[in-house]
Design a protein around this ligand. Structure first.
Ligand code: AMP
Length: 127
């Protein structure tokens, strides 16, 4: 089974209300909240409510409505926090880790929205 989902992961527990979070946005299919160990002045996580391990799982099995809502939620967070360069914001970076080489720690799909300072080069270290 390529996409075995662990329903005890920390984001599943947040979605069930077992662990508190600092909510930024709630939509029908998504939740956005502040990362507990912020790596930039703005560090928000956007997660689907559905049980998806990572982005490829989500794209393979989520409904069109979930995929649309997720993308709109990510964009809405940028809008709410005045990050959008097209409307005077200073921009942001999206990161979605998937699998061991990416250093994914929590096995529930999440996009990191990072912003609030110059974020530097995309990766450090050799190719
Ligand atoms: P990743 O390495 O891409 O799986 O990122 C997981 C992120 O989840 C890290 O940036 C953690 O700081 C964050 N995180 C872990 N537990 C919590 C929590 N309870 N509330 C908010 N963010 C969390």
């Amino acid at each position: 089974m390529p996409y075995a989902y662990d329903d005890q992961n920390i984001f599943a527990r947040i979605l069930r209300g077992e662990i508190p979070n600092k909510t930024v946005l709630e939509t029908e299919h998504c939740l956005a909240f502040h990362d507990i160990r912020a790596q930039a002045p703005t560090h928000v996580l956007v997660i689907p409510r559905g049980a998806y391990v990572n982005f490829d799982h989500f794209i393979a099995e989520a409904s069109d409505a979930e995929i649309l809502d997720f993308n709109r939620a990510v964009a809405k967070v940028g809008e709410m926090l005045d990050l959008l360069p097209g409307t005077g914001g200073e921009g942001y970076r999206l990161i979605a880790n998937s699998g061991p080489h990416s250093h994914q720690e929590v096995p529930h799909l999440h996009f990191h929205v990072l912003a609030g300072r110059p974020l530097g080069a995309m990766l450090v270290g050799p190719a």
